[in-house]
Design a protein around this ligand. Structure first.
Ligand SMILES: Cc1cc2nc3c(=O)[nH]c(=O)nc-3n(C[C@H](O)[C@H](O)[C@H](O)COP(=O)(O)O)c2cc1C
Length: 360
């Protein structure tokens, strides 16, 4: 199969691969810029993106907004102006400010999930920035698209379908995650695409659909396209790249992980998440870790009641304090066995079927 570019309105992504947003600090400007330079669409996650900025300890919101500006600009420099996107989780505090700041800084695309991004069009109206909800079911797709039509008389520029094999937070009930078969989810994907097509006709515009979760290689990309998708979103594979913004110890955990090391944990976000089993995961299974300070990350969180602080756990991980950190990963992490450059990975993923001309 010859892969075709992914067209999102007037944007052309030469290779139909979106690198999934990864917080905290895993996909910032180095990774996202490199992926976009290689002809994919690099995505920066805004989740506590300013964790290492001066002033983060006293004012997380200010530090995060500064870091959004800095990383979007830097990613666009690395990509030589090729499109770069930003992932903003609905569950975050200051959601609107993250979206608006990313657009002001030059983000071409906003992808939003971990909740229903029902007000996203209000914040992006008139900016030309492309928007996509992340959905895991027909029900969620219908709800968001119906809402956007009714309230804002607009629709998505593209849709990301995230399946049960993804890393990080999952849009499924904990008990569903491991029970859904590949065939069952393929049929859900087809139904979501059907729903999206209705809105495509209503608004007389193409709405490409991108499939995420457990996409490992060229054959998986071809499979997603055979279901009717126009591209894929891949995250875990990009962690094992030189350009990924995580520290080397984090990347090594990916290389060392075996299939049996994958676990589903409950997150204070209120969703299950897929992670690599480690000391931290074993500890929270036994006992909650009381929260000594709040980093103001989630709109809805009661620090006195959650089993651990998600921000603290994710910052520990990205900084290499792995025994006290939560390491999110997709179901295929056991198959990743070496660190490569984004250039090599992108070439491998498309089987070199689409060459990208380098910009000097
Ligand atoms: C380390 C890690 C962090 C993630 N963080 C986010 C995030 O901040 N926001 C989000 O919407 N999805 C997040 N995800 C989900 C990815 O963007 C992506 O959709 C998913 O992992 C795709 O599955 P794959 O990892 O099997 O390719 C994260 C995934 C990983 C592995």
């Amino acid at each position: 199969m010859i892969l075709q570019p992914l067209k999102i309105g007037d944007l052309t992504i030469q290779r139909p691969i979106i690198q999934g947003g990864m917080g905290v600090g895993i996909s910032r400007s180095s990774l996202a810029g490199a992926v976009s330079y290689e002809g994919g669409l690099g995505i920066i996650s805004t989740a506590q993106i300013g964790y290492d900025e001066p002033g983060f300890d006293t004012d997380q919101n200010k530090a995060n907004l500064e870091a959004i500006r800095k990383h979007v600009k830097r990613a666009k420099e690395i990509s030589h102006g090729r499109p770069v996107g930003v992932n903003v989780m609905v569950a975050l505090k200051n959601y609107e400010a993250h979206v608006r700041t990313a657009i002001e800084a030059g983000a071409d695309v906003i992808i939003s999930g971990a909740g229903l991004p029902v007000h996203l069009p209000k914040y992006t109206k008139g900016t030309g920035c492309k928007i996509a909800p992340i959905v895991s079911s027909v029900k969620a797709a219908e709800l968001i698209l119906r809402n956007w039509e009714k309230k804002y008389n607009c629709t998505a520029d593209f849709v990301v379908i995230e399946g049960p094999k993804a890393g990080g937070h999952l849009g499924f009930k904990k008990e569903q995650v491991t029970l859904i078969s590949d065939d069952e989810y393929d049929s859900e994907i087809k139904s979501i695409i059907k729903t999206v097509k209705l809105y495509s006709s209503k608004f007389n515009k193409e709405i490409p659909v991108v499939v995420a979760g457990g996409i490992f290689d060229y054959n998986d990309i071809c499979h997603a396209i055979s279901l009717g998708a126009s591209g894929v979103q891949i995250a875990s594979r990009f962690v094992a790249t030189y350009e990924c913004d995580a520290c080397d110890e984090y990347k090594q955990t990916y290389i060392d992980a075996k299939e049996d090391d994958i676990v589903i944990v409950m997150s204070p976000v209120g969703m299950p998440g897929r992670a690599i089993e480690n000391e931290f995961v074993r500890r929270i299974k036994e006992n909650p870790i009381s929260v000594s300070r709040c980093f103001n990350c989630l709109e809805k969180c009661n620090p006195a009641k959650v089993p651990y602080c998600i921000t603290k756990a994710l910052i520990n991980a990205v900084e290499g304090n792995l025994d006290e950190g939560l390491i999110f990963a997709g179901s295929n992490v056991g198959r990743i066995n070496k660190i490569v450059s984004v250039h090599e990975l992108m070439d491998e993923l498309v089987k070199e079927s689409i060459k990208v001309s380098n910009i000097a």
